[in-house]
Design a protein around this ligand. Sequence first.
Ligand code: SF4
Length: 58
Amino acid sequence: MVNVNKDLCISCGSCVAIAPDNFDFDEEGLAEVKKDELNDDVKEAAEACPTEAIEIED
Ligand code: SF4
């Protein structure tokens, strides 16, 4: 399970850059999950997120 807590997202774009298959921006410029899949890129994006807005769960 992959989730973005939009209350924490600051639209930095890291997750979209690291895992473009899995994250995209919504109409407000906040990140959202495009494909709910726990892969290495998603794990890297979660670690790279400056506000820890990406929640992942096996
Ligand atoms: S890396 Fe975190 S703060 Fe940056 S756009 Fe993605 S969810 Fe938002």
